[in-house]
Design a protein. Structure first.
Length: 285
């Protein structure tokens, strides 16, 4: 069987998380990681290690069937590749920033300004959408120093924590794009490759669901069970087991990470005791 060919970033911010995702999907590699390519040991998958900027082109040309890349790179390269999964890592935003003592107040203040960026296409699109005209200076790195050396009045660059902007005396004023790592596929994939892709997506979904949920166990008096069960719908319904003490039960269920603390407070108020919360490794519903 021909393996699926997946391009990931060779070394950079997306590399570790891309490999960790594949490992969480149960896919193992020999120690070829760091070379140009390597084959998985237990899944028909071949990995290509590339610069992130090259990944959309490799997938468009069909040299790779799939790629993991930031949306920022994908849209800047303007390759119309279908996104098959959002991966939840590599989160950042493409933002406009100005020197902190600049008189900038609103978008129109960008008119006629010089803006340095590595993302000219995305920035141009943003300016056009907002009916603005500015002078773009495309530079490939260290965009944040452009204002201090007098090259630009503003910059448009990726931000995650904001500390780079802060240390360079810049203030973030507008968001052009929110971005995260995505899995993209080539436009035309042979049917046997689509079968493999679906197997991979099934695993990715199980890993993502597991990350978004926790397993919860608790004890409760039987006369409080109705209320407690209404707080914990579970996948189908919670599992209920009698405790050795008369009148008490143990209840097992899953709970979503993002509503976790609120539900725990409500469970306690409803009479739950001995609450244990465990990570889930894989979740298949
Ligand atoms: O060598 P190669 O071309 O493959 O790598 P690269 O240097 O072009 O990219 P890399 O590894 O820096 O980033 C890869 C991808 O990670 C990006 O395309 C984004 O999708 C994503 N990502 C997430 C980020 C950031 N967060 C990020 N903070 N990419 C870059 N940054 C930079 C930003 O450019 C700025 O210099 O980090 C600085 C800002 O960070 P904060 O935390 O100070 O705000
Ligand atoms: Zn790059």
């Amino acid at each position: 069987m021909k393996p699926l060919k997946l391009a990931i970033q060779k070394s950079g911010r997306l590399s570790d998380d891309s490999l960790a995702l594949l490992r969480a999907c149960g896919i193992r590699f020999n120690n070829g990681i760091g070379k140009l390519r390597t084959e998985a040991l237990n899944f028909p998958l071949e990995l290509f290690f590339l610069r992130d900027d090259d990944i959309p082109q490799y997938v468009t040309d069909g040299i790779a069937d799939l790629g993991i890349v930031g949306e920022n790179v994908l849209y800047e390269k303007a390759q119309p590749l279908p996104i098959v999964a959002k991966l939840g890592f590599g989160k950042c935003r493409l933002s406009l920033a100005v020197p902190k003592n600049s008189g900038y107040r609103r978008l129109e203040d960008l008119n006629g300004q010089r803006i340095a960026t590595s993302y000219p296409r995305l920035l141009q699109g943003f300016l056009e959408t907002n009916g603005l005209k500015a002078e773009l200076h495309e530079i490939s790195g260290s965009v944040e120093i452009a204002p201090s050396i007098g090259l630009a009045d503003a910059i448009c660059d990726l931000v995650s924590s904001g500390s780079t902007l802060f240390t360079n005396g810049l203030r973030e004023v507008e968001t052009v794009l929110q971005s995260e790592a995505v899995l993209v596929q080539a436009q035309r994939l042979a049917s046997e490759k689509l079968v493999l892709l679906n197997r991979l997506l099934f695993r990715i979904e199980a890993v993502q669901k597991a990350q978004q949920n926790k397993y919860i166990l608790l004890n409760a008096p039987n006369d409080r069970l109705d209320k407690i069960i209404s707080l914990l719908p579970g996948i189908k319904s919670p599992t209920l087991l009698p405790l050795a003490i008369e009148g008490w039960s143990s209840l097992h269920s899953v709970i979503e990470e993002n509503e976790f603390w609120e539900v725990i407070e409500q469970l306690k108020a409803a009479g739950a005791e001995g609450i244990l919360v465990l990570p889930i490794e894989k979740m298949i519903s």
